[in-house]
Write a protein that binds this ligand. Structure first.
Ligand SMILES: [Cu+2]
Length: 222
């Protein structure tokens, strides 16, 4: 049996030793129990606080945003700007010469010869220029941009034809009229798209590829 020394260096009896040991054990147990209760309380408090905050940040039924379905533009006024353009495939009968200002490893242009018997349609819309002194030649195709337009039956349609490329054009809009358009000019036509179907617009100088269509969608019965 062990004995302890008190402050006065006196021996403490074994009975007192047991009392001290029991007190220490009881103290440890009490600490453990209190700690667990404290943790449970903290967890409960955290959960209540968290879910309380979560709940308060949830939108209530009264302020939930109602998303609207996006529908096509319902205006009955449709305005378009139609450019006269041409695309050019420029090339050369000689292979390309190394370009000092081009990025490294830029492939050299291959030598290209104009077709011997071109199968392109007649009418002025396509043009092949013969190689010049430097061997350069061009394949040109005329067009309208845009060439497809969609409107609804009953719309008031305004078309602005813009002479951007090509010296001059003679344009017909089916059922509307014919007019000449030179580079730098703008010619405007307006009409009501009364009937569903297709309205063609063409340039007589650059047939057949300089052409476009206005698709008039039928009115919905809904
Ligand atoms: Cu034209």
């Amino acid at each position: 049996m062990y004995n302890f020394l008190d402050m006065n260096n006196k021996k403490v009896s074994s009975k007192h030793t047991w009392l001290i040991a029991l007190t220490v054990v009881a103290g440890i147990l009490a600490t453990v129990v209190l700690t667990q209760i404290s943790e449970q309380t903290l967890q409960k408090t955290f959960a209540e606080n968290y879910f309380s905050k979560t709940t308060t940040t949830m939108p209530s039924t009264s302020n939930v945003t109602t998303f609207k379905t996006i529908v096509p533009n319902q205006t009955t006024n449709k305005e378009f700007w139609i450019n006269t353009v041409h695309f050019d495939g420029m090339t050369n009968i000689n292979a390309g010469i190394k370009c000092d200002t081009c990025p490294q490893n830029t492939p050299l242009h291959p030598a290209e010869q104009p077709p011997v018997n071109p199968t392109i349609p007649t009418g002025g819309g396509f043009k092949i220029t013969e190689p010049n002194k430097a061997g350069a030649w061009d394949f040109r195709s005329f067009a309208f941009a845009p060439a497809q337009i969609v409107v609804n039956q009953g719309d008031k349609v305004t078309l602005h034809f813009i002479g951007v490329q090509g010296a001059h054009h003679v344009i017909t809009v089916d059922g509307i009229g014919t007019f000449e358009l030179k580079r730098g000019q703008i010619n405007t036509v307006s009409f009501i798209a009364n009937n569903p179907g297709i309205i063609n617009y063409v340039c007589h100088v650059h047939a057949p590829n300089m052409a476009g269509q206005i698709m008039v969608l039928p009115q919905s019965n809904v």
